[in-house]
Design a protein around this ligand. Structure first.
Ligand code: O7E
Length: 224
């Protein structure tokens, strides 16, 4: 039992709080970055740049190195979002990101076709947007649709706090740390479960070292 406890603790302290945003075009660059940081991140998030250049098959290739979250920010009718979600599932996606302003029917269709994949919905963005007016409503829709988590900004404390207050039982993932000015420790203290970091890592001369720097700043501050 003591051994189990030990391994469990070891696992939880080592579990990464970082989602790496792999926003590049080139296949080899993407694969090399994934190979380098894959084991040290909670997941890798991909967006349109890597998909437009390489197609959906890259989801399967990248999955060798990490959980892949497809950030397609779905915003369409139920049939279309289901078709896209089904394809992501077929290629081994770990998670998918949808907008929620499209309403309950659309978001429910994503959750239904996602099956075991995690669905995250955008309720607030890292840049000022129209969503700021309707964040509370978007959280309500997301909860009702049965999403796993919410996207809320790591660089806009007021909105992150607001989402945290209304998000009981849901995970929060936060972009905006690093290149967009947000601080990783502040974001975690305000309630992010995972922070999404792209440019600060992939544009650095030493992506792995930079990533480890972010991780240790969390461990140093939060485990005290
Ligand atoms: O600024 P970077 O380079 O660290 O990258 C941030 C990533 O988060 C990038 O992929 C961008 O598309 C995404 N993002 C935001 O920057 N702002 C948002 O409000 C939402 C996202 C996002 O990832 O949404 C889904 C999780």
């Amino acid at each position: 039992f003591a051994y189990l406890l030990y391994t469990h603790n070891k696992y939880t302290t080592m579990e990464s709080k970082i989602i790496f945003a792999l926003d590049v075009y080139d296949y080899n660059t993407a694969m090399e970055l994934a190979r380098t940081v894959g084991e040290k991140v909670f997941a890798i998030k991909i967006n349109w740049p890597v998909i437009l250049e390489n197609g959906i098959k890259i989801v399967r290739d990248l999955s060798k190195y990490a959980n892949i979250i497809c950030d397609f920010k779905l915003a369409d009718i139920d049939n279309t979002v289901s078709m896209i979600t089904t394809k992501v599932k077929e290629y081994g996606g770990y998670g998918i990101i949808s907008h929620s302003f499209t309403g309950l029917n659309s978001l429910k269709a994503v959750v239904k076709s996602a099956g075991n994949m995690k669905v995250f919905s955008v309720v607030s963005m890292s840049q000022e947007s129209y969503l700021d007016n309707i964040t509370e409503e978007l959280i309500k829709i997301s909860r009702e649709a049965g999403v796993y988590g919410l996207v809320a900004p790591g660089n806009r404390p007021y909105y992150l706090k607001k989402v945290k207050e209304l998000s009981e039982g849901l995970k929060i993932i936060s972009p905006g740390v690093g290149a967009q000015g947000g601080d990783i420790v502040n974001a975690m203290l305000l309630g992010s479960d995972y922070v999404i970091i792209g440019r600060s890592i992939y544009n650095s001369l030493d992506p792995l070292g930079t990533l480890e720097g972010f991780s240790s700043s969390i461990n140093n501050k939060l485990n005290k």
